[in-house]
Design a protein around this ligand. Structure first.
Ligand code: PRX
Length: 659
């Protein structure tokens, strides 16, 4: 029976949050001294000023960019539709490339690229400017006009960034499709955005082999009537079929193009890109971002969160096919004139030390990666990391999902050698840029929390009725004021935009995440609310149970989902991957259940623990909990599996009987 406390929680619609983490890590005096933001006092002052006068805060930041014409107003807000810097004219490519190519940075490395088999290339800002201008001319000659959509489907080569920037230069709207997606997924995205052109590579390298991307595009564009031409970059030299009149080689077109191209002077609200992301229904959502507001926040957040300096070499392991790649592999760093390390290949090729080897050889100073990668490294063993000299590193970042405190500690100790601050950055495809994150020279970090919102960003944790939660009371993460890099709509579907993000709470953007704010105002993400489970009247964040499981010595990775239960409403089912040297048996199962009870409380004990050799993940590394929920409920999977990385994983899980 529910206690009084649970009943009242049920009524207010809050979420039980039970994981408590007390460790706190302030930045070193040395780091703070040299940082852009040096103390919490400075952060608080900035935050308060931005909250008091957001127009001034964002307007001052926008002044730092090149405008062909200055804006008339900072924000026009007709909820839920925002216009930022209305009346202004600018070009994000000009700000990311030309500004630096015209400065002393002309000969500074913009992109240091390394391929899986070891080849290396360096593009200076001057050379990037030349290549982007040439390719912008290629687009123009091919009939691409401002506002036209261009789909891009390539591996992690510099030309992917060149193509993106060239689109922005001519005012075309890029639609990057992650190179792991299937032909069906490409058609769906190309058709939804009615793209006029596809830019692809012949292939991409992965784990010593190669994937023929052009064949996949050929299959996709049979069903895409809007596509008039395909430009193909030669990367792997695969055998491809070039269709007369439709397909053109990148190098042929570049050979003919001039290397001067005036950037289009576009409106501040000119659409910049569409990026598809999954929603709760089957149809992917085309998240639309526009030019100036995105530029201002991507650049500014990058500068302060990564404390970027001209001397840094910044390594982001995300693919440009995802929002992290857009904002913090391409635009954010380039707008700051930074040097990016770009790697095309698998993290474990030829061995599990590839990232650490890259860091050592290139003297990388900042690493930005995902918790799922960190957990894979933990599983592979510390020796892969410790055999390399990582002294060049000064700052670490994570993104994409909650990082379990144990994984955070490992990142801190083994990779950061207890020297590097960790910025756990919370944001979404929809937010365009980082919203909640430590500022590394100022914010004392705690393992597992993205800490405080950036200046100008008004987030809160609220109950179902929209009232703010109390400290440590779990609730729903919302954003209370518009911000410049917010999505403007779902491409071609305003109704879905309004319903998905603006109907749940009055006048607030709903993130879809559960969270709690602790007594220091730090935000702890508890996972998507669809991953929040109600067990015996208690709502639990499944990621909290996962954190508890992963903190047990034997566990490498865990995913917790729910299945309906007659008595409790829902029961928790944990899929657990053990470290190599452990074997799953009844004793370990009981020990794990007790461990969770100890870490969180008996209510969070998984009802069932299944041993999993691997967990089903998307190609970007997110655990597909939806599939696990289906397995836990019916032992079969009927839903969409197109984004699944390894189908074998599912087979293994399906065959397994819970002993
Ligand atoms: O649930 C949150 C989780 O990832 C979601 C956004 O996913 P996506 O649009 O694919 O963007 C990922 C890269 C920005 C969020 O709603 N998420 C993202 N970052 C974090 C996170 N959860 C916890 N901590 C984070 N740092």
């Amino acid at each position: 029976m529910a206690t009084d406390e649970t009943t009242s929680k049920e009524q207010t619609g809050s979420i039980s949050s039970v994981l408590s983490e007390k460790r706190k890590f302030p930045p070193s005096a040395e780091f703070s001294k040299n940082a852009h933001i040096t103390s919490m006092e400075e952060y608080e002052k900035l935050y308060a000023a931005a909250a008091a006068d957001p127009d001034k805060y964002w307007g001052d930041l926008a002044e730092k960019f090149h405008w062909f014409k200055k804006w008339d107003s900072v924000l026009d807000w007709a909820p839920p539709y925002a216009k930022w810097f209305s009346g202004g004219k600018t070009n994000i490519c000009y700000n990311a490339v030309d500004v630096h190519a015209k400065s002393w940075r002309k000969n500074k490395a913009a992109i240091i690229w390394e391929g899986e088999e070891g080849p290396q290339r360096v593009l200076t800002y001057g050379e990037l400017h030349r290549q982007v201008s040439k390719f912008a001319n290629v687009l123009k000659i091919a009939g691409i006009r401002p506002g036209d959509r261009v789909a891009i489907y390539m591996g992690m080569v510099p030309e992917l960034i060149i193509a993106v920037l060239a689109c922005a230069r001519v005012g075309a709207v890029h639609n990057v499709i992650f190179a792991g997606f299937s032909a069906h997924a490409i058609s769906e995205r190309v058709n939804d955005s009615r793209a006029k052109m596809v830019i692809c590579a012949d292939g991409t390298r992965r784990r010593g082999g190669s994937i023929n991307l052009k064949n996949i595009v050929d299959e996709a564009i049979v069903n895409t009537p809007s596509v008039r031409s395909v430009i193909v970059l030669k990367v792997t030299g695969e055998k491809v079929h070039m269709h007369d009149g439709m397909d053109h080689w990148w190098h042929d077109l570049m050979g003919l193009a001039m290397d001067e191209c005036e950037p289009a002077e576009v409106d501040a609200e000119h659409p910049l890109f569409v990026l598809y992301t999954s929603g709760s229904t089957g149809k992917p959502k085309g998240i639309l971002h526009t030019t100036a507001g995105y530029m201002v926040h991507a650049a500014n957040s990058f500068k302060y969160v990564f404390d970027i300096k001209d001397e840094d070499i910044y390594f982001c392991t995300a693919d440009v096919g995802w929002i992290t790649g857009h904002s913090y592999m391409a635009y954010g760093p380039l707008l700051n004139g930074a040097t990016i390390l770009m790697y095309e290949g698998a993290p474990n090729y030829p061995q599990w030390d590839r990232f650490w080897d890259i860091i050592n050889r290139h003297k990388v100073t900042i690493l930005y990666t995902a918790p799922t990668a960190i957990r894979a490294f933990i599983r592979a063993g510390n020796e892969w990391v410790t055999k390399h000299n990582l002294d060049s590193l000064r700052l670490l970042g994570t993104v994409g999902e909650p990082i379990n405190p144990e994984a955070w500690m490992w990142y801190h100790r083994i990779v950061g050698q207890e020297r590097c601050p960790i910025v756990d950055t919370w944001w979404q495809t929809e937010t365009g840029g980082i919203m909640v994150s430590p500022l590394p020279g100022a914010t004392p970090t705690k393992p597992g929390t993205a800490t405080r919102p950036l200046p100008g960003i008004m987030v809160d944790v609220v109950r179902k009725n929209g009232d703010p939660c109390e400290a440590n009371e779990g609730g729903y993460l919302v954003i209370k004021k518009p911000w410049p890099s917010m999505l403007r709509t779902i491409y071609g579907d305003n109704a879905r935009y309004e319903k998905t993000y603006w109907s749940e709470f009055k006048d607030m953007y709903f993130t879809g995440d559960g969270a709690r704010k602790d007594e220091d105002g730090y935000i702890w993400i508890m996972g998507r609310v669809d991953d929040v489970v109600n067990v015996s009247g208690h709502r639990l964040g499944t990621s909290e149970v996962e954190s508890a499981l992963v903190s047990y010595e034997a566990v490498a990775e865990a995913a917790v989902v729910s299945r309906p239960d007659d008595i409790k409403g829902n029961a928790l089912v944990a899929f657990v991957t053990l470290k190599d040297e452990y074997v799953g048996d009844m004793n370990l199962r009981e020990a794990l259940r007790n461990h969770v009870a100890k870490e969180i409380g008996p209510i969070a004990k998984p009802d069932e623990i299944r041993w999993a050799k691997g967990l089903p993940k998307t190609r970007s590394g997110k655990i597909m909990r939806r599939l696990l929920r289906e397995l836990a409920t019916s032992n079969e999977v009927k839903g969409d599996v197109t984004t699944l990385e390894d189908f074998g994983v599912l087979e293994n899980l399906r065959d397994q009987e819970d002993d």
